[in-house]
Design a protein around this ligand. Sequence first.
Ligand code: ZN
Length: 101
Amino acid sequence: MAIVKKTEVEVMAQLSGEQLERHLLTLPAKKEQFDKLFDFIEDELYEIECDHTSRFAMKFLMQRGMNFPKVSAWLSQQGGYCDCKILEEIAEPWREIFGDE
Ligand SMILES: [Zn+2]
């Protein structure tokens, strides 16, 4: 089996308090924006199946005027190649780190 490099979200899971706060500042969007992005994708995929593109993520980023190239590059680096993968690979561990308010 290939050696799997840890994703940034996995690294973040091992941080806490001030370290985690500081790490959040290096991300391409605010924590709240990611929270909303994941909620948005989840709502959309509740009704429609993922077509294995990031169309809902893209829609959200465009609507919010977020830094599209940076955020989408970051999402792919975490294994979020399409909307369902973003939920699976990023939103799940993310919510474990921050809790699901
Ligand atoms: Zn998918």
